[in-house]
Design a protein around this ligand. Structure first.
Ligand code: MEV
Length: 444
């Protein structure tokens, strides 16, 4: 085990890194280097950019870049770019988009765009002393951070508010500055963190010199944005009379389908086990667009799941109602995204995605992402309450199985035809291919 410990790995060049890994983890596999090199981009300048996104990069890890057309969102038609490896997701989004295209499309509303950050600190003096100087402190915090905020203010954003929160009842001496921000078209992580770190330095100095504070030590614990953004919310919705849902399913009329769908969403409101899977379906769509547009899917996942648990119980992020014969499904979603900064212009495909979407503002991108999440949710629940998901899922997965089993073009064609009517499973496909292959050997 000891020989696998290394320091300064990052100092090795790419080839040396791979050679070291080959020796220590791949039994000196002589093919490893060439294999990893085969994933490099032919354009070396571009490869340099990809390598720059991370540390210790060895190769590029490919993910499919697809598109779901026919998304009517707020009267505008979009082809939505999606990066995802799960075979049925883009097909499901495209099918839901087409379904709602004929029923008025997706309506969205930006409810708020405020982002949050926190400066955590401890101070052992009496809290009323801190409260008493807080208004003065706020002025100095803003003044000191002015060089960082000036540009954002020119774009219409900046610091919105600074609150002092007293947590000393639950943790001795612990306080927090909770700061709200408007970051316009950027996701704002760097901006927020820079402001908060400037606040940290100011607070330390302020406390060390202020006559009312300086007799007690103040310690800045940490300064960081919060990925929980319950004030950065978009609502996406689809609605139509239940009779217009007649062709949602072969075996049910529209009103029956609507009621079964409503119940399925209700179950995800009641039961966290179902809610988790239900929300995973929403994130299938959300994450795919987040990735395609160069945004941070971990931030969106963390914030989305925290929001789903905001009531104290983890619940469905979408909701459904039937009122006066109108079926409505909607989604309130926290989405702190950016259309400038980060990877958005650096990653060539993220750049193309934003071009495909008509260079949206961050709020417009929030709408597109929420609509895609809702489409995905509609498609998943529709399948679940009608045919079950395996039919569509395995149909899409058939190609993966065939590729895994190294099927030829002729075998693929024959298998696709055969499995139109048969249940698809790995074993069934393997057996069918074996049958095809032994039949062709016999005929030679
Ligand atoms: C699969 O990736 C997503 C679903 O499980 C979502 C759901 O159950 O609602 C189909």
């Amino acid at each position: 085990m000891k020989d696998k410990i290394i320091s300064g790995f990052y100092k090795k060049n790419k080839q040396e890194k791979v050679e070291w890994l080959a020796e220590h983890y791949f039994a000196n596999d002589p093919t490893l280097l060439a294999e990893l090199q085969s994933f490099a981009h032919a354009n070396q300048d571009l490869q340099k950019i990809f390598d720059g996104f991370s540390e210790n990069t060895l190769a590029n890890y490919y993910m499919p870049y697809g598109v779901a057309p026919n998304f009517l969102i707020d009267e505008q038609l979009y082809a939505v770019p999606m990066v995802i490896e799960e075979s049925s997701v883009v097909a499901a989004a495209a099918s839901a988009a087409k379904f709602w295209l004929q029923r008025g499309g997706f309506q969205t509303k930006i409810i708020s765009t405020t982002k949050l950050g926190q400066l955590h600190f401890s101070w052992s003096g009496p809290s009323h002393e801190l409260q008493a100087v807080f208004e003065d402190l706020k002025v100095v915090l803003r003044q000191d951070a002015a060089p960082i905020t000036a540009n954002m203010e020119k774009r219409g954003g900046g610091i919105l508010d600074i609150e002092l929160l007293d947590f000393t009842a639950v943790e001795a001496d612990y306080y927090q500055l909770k700061v709200s921000f408007e970051t316009c078209d950027s996701m704002g992580a760097n901006f927020i963190n820079s402001v908060l770190e400037s606040f940290g330095a100011t607070l330390r100095r302020f406390a060390a010199t202020h006559p009312q504070l300086r007799s007690y030590p103040l310690e800045v614990i940490m300064a960081i944005l919060s990925n929980y953004t319950p004030d950065c919310i978009v609502r996406a919705q689809v609605a139509c009379p239940t009779e217009l849902l007649d062709d949602a399913c072969k075996d049910m009329d529209g009103p029956t389908f609507a009621e079964k769908f409503r119940k399925a969403v209700r179950i995800a409101q009641i039961d966290p086990f179902r809610a988790t899977t239900h929300n995973k379906g929403i994130f299938n769509g959300v994450d795919a667009v987040i990735l395609a547009t160069g945004n941070d899917f971990r931030a969106i996942e963390a914030g989305g799941h925290a929001y789903a648990a905001a009531s104290g119980q983890y619940k469905s992020l979408s909701d459904c109602k039937i009122e006066d014969g109108i079926f409505t499904v909607w989604l309130d979603f926290p989405l702190a995204v950016g259309t400038v900064g980060g990877l958005t212009k650096l990653h060539p495909l993220a750049k193309r995605s934003l071009e495909l979407l008509g260079q949206p503002s961050a709020p417009q991108l929030m709408s597109i992402i929420a609509a895609t999440g809702l489409a995905q949710n509609f498609a998943a629940v529709r399948s679940l309450v009608t045919t079950g998901i395996q039919k569509g899922h395995m149909k899409m997965h058939l190609m993966n199985i065939l590729n895994f089993l190294a099927a030829s073009d002729t075998e693929i064609k024959a298998s696709q035809q055969h499995f139109e009517k048969e249940t698809i499973s790995f074993n069934a496909v393997r057996a069918y291919l074996e049958m095809l292959r032994s039949a062709s050997v016999k005929s030679v």
